[in-house]
Design a protein around this ligand. Structure first.
Ligand SMILES: [Zn+2]
Length: 158
């Protein structure tokens, strides 16, 4: 007689049942979320980042990280209002990486792209000040998709 549960039991990963669930820690902090793109998303990103860092034992980075996320999302909103954007929060190589991908349209003329990048860089003075005060870094780069898009990021050390 066949056992109807046999297949299901085989599907259970042995490591999880043996060691128990993996608790949140810096090492497994890795989240991605899509934001609808409204101005309110800056506040939402701030709260999400605070919650994630607290849960993963990185509360010491909360204030700077929340400000960084908020500034990245706010800049994405200013330059591409009401378009969906992606927020990634990840701990990797002993640093917190906050990355925002937006859908800013591609500039066909290189000088226009350069001016846009300059304007955006200058608008991020608060992010620059906060991140640099903590020995971190930030930047902007084209997202390299067919439709354009900008990748903006902040990196914070523990
Ligand atoms: Zn532009």
């Amino acid at each position: 007689m066949s056992n109807p549960m046999k297949g299901a039991l085989r599907c259970l990963p042995a490591a999880v049942t043996a060691a128990g669930p993996i608790p949140p820690a810096a090492e497994n902090l890795s989240y991605s979320m899509l934001l609808p793109g409204g101005a309110y998303c800056a506040g939402l990103a701030r709260e999400a980042v605070r919650g994630l860092l607290t849960r993963h034992g990185l509360a010491v980075l909360c204030e700077t990280a929340a400000l960084a996320a908020s500034e990245l999302v706010a800049a994405a909103y200013r330059f591409t209002p009401d378009r969906e954007m992606a927020l990634r929060v990840r701990w990797q190589y002993d640093a917190l990486r906050i990355v925002v991908y937006d859908q800013h349209p591609l500039h066909r003329r290189p000088d226009a792209a350069e001016q846009c990048r300059d304007r955006r860089s200058r608008s991020m003075w608060l992010l620059a000040a906060a991140v640099e005060e903590h020995g971190g870094d930030w930047g902007l780069a084209p997202a390299l998709t067919p439709d354009g898009g900008t990748k903006s990021w902040a990196l914070l050390h523990f």
